[in-house]
Structure formats: C-alpha cells, structure tokens
Ligand binder design. Sequence first.
Ligand code: G3P
Ligand code: CA
Length: 242
Amino acid sequence: MTQIFAHRGYSASFAENTLTAFFEAEKAGADGLELDVQLTKDGEIVVIHDEKVDRTTDGNGFVKDYLYKDLRKLNANKKSNKKEPIPALTEVFEWLTSNKLICNIELKNGLFPYKGLEEKIIELIHKYQLVDRIIISSFNHYSIVYSYRLAPEIETAPLFYEGIYMPWIYTQSIRAKGMHPRYSAIIDEIIIKAMENGIAVRPYTVNKEEDLRRLFNINCTALITDDPVKALNIRNQYEKRP
Ligand code: G3P
Ligand code: CA
C-alpha cells in the first residue's frame, strides 16, 4: 500500500509547516508528514520552508538572523484568524511521541550551510526515540552523507529535482535507503526498478488525481502530497478492489 505523506503538513487547507497543518494531517489519516527545517541565529531548529520568513509570516528577513525568542513572535498562520508561531522541531517531536506518524525532515541547508544542523537533529531524534520513524532528506547530498556517517541507523533519502541515470545505484552509493524524486521527472519503469533494488521511492509533490493514480497503480512506496484527504479518498478505491 502506498503511504501518504502530507507535504508541509496538510498544506492544501492549512498554513504550511504549522502545528495546525501537522495535527490536521494526522486527523485526516495520513501515514506521514514532510516538513522543512532551518536554524535560527542562536541555534534553534525551526520548521519553515524558506530561508526568509517573508512569504509565510508577518515578518521579514532571514531565519538565520533571528533569535528564537524573536522569531516566535511572528505569525506563521496568516491563513486563519488564529495566530500561530513558527514551530520548533522539538514541539513536533514532542507531539510525534503521542502518535505513530512517520516524519520526513527536509534539511534546507542548500543556501546556508547551517553548521551543526545534522548533529542537532540527530541528537533530538535519539532523545525522543524516533529513530525508526524519521527520514532525513535534502537536496544537499553532502548533508545526506554526513547525516548517514553520524547516524547510520537513521534512514536518509536524497531529493532529486532532475532525472538521473539509474538513480538507485547513486542512492545506494551514498548509503541511502530511500529516494525522493520530483514526480514529473521520473517514469514508472525507473520507480519500479529502484523499488526492486530495495530503495524506497517517495515522489513529491503529487496533487493531481491522475498523478496520484499513476503512483497507486504501481504501488509506489509512498508519495508526498499537499492534500492527504484527496489522496486517501483515491487510495481507498484501490484498497476496495478485489
Ligand atoms: O521533500 C519534497 C519537497 O518538499 C521538496 O521541495 O520546495 O517543497 O521543499 P520543496
Ligand atoms: Ca520540503
């Protein structure tokens, strides 16, 4: 059965990367979450997609230039009347201990290297005993390898924006157990071949019905979507098949 991961939480209907979006994804019945992390000036891991706070909050400037206590004053839920701060990763982890969701943490360290980010995340994963439920992904594959070296027991997965030749070979070469390709940059045959070679394939960001069906049809490991409710409704039709 293809697992459904809620991209930035249930972001089709709720403010992305907020606790509300994560809680709603769980309520909807998603199997997992995808979220993005950056580091504040004083070293707190926070859940936000962009390096800057401008798009998703009422503030402006780079996350890396904010002290955590000041960043917390910003409103990350402009979609509703309910003000909500940018979450700390620890808040998400605390909540994860009360459920069974899988959590894919995307390290957003392509633009700024965020020294120590991998060490801090791995320490928290161990502290909250989430080793078996976390997947570390990134477009920064050096960071993926570094994470693996620090904690080989935690699953890693490179993100691929472009199609590459035999991606399962590359994925195995960096000791990752999964790969997260852009769904429109990979064909079914390559997904199947990767899975046959023991690699978990979780394409992103799959929102259209025909694309969701395409991945359910080949029993892809998982998919990452903004709309877990839509994806679950479609997946239900496959589960009811004789
Ligand atoms: O992790 C998959 C996907 O989230 C990567 O792209 O820009 O939505 O973080 P982006
Ligand atoms: Ca992401």
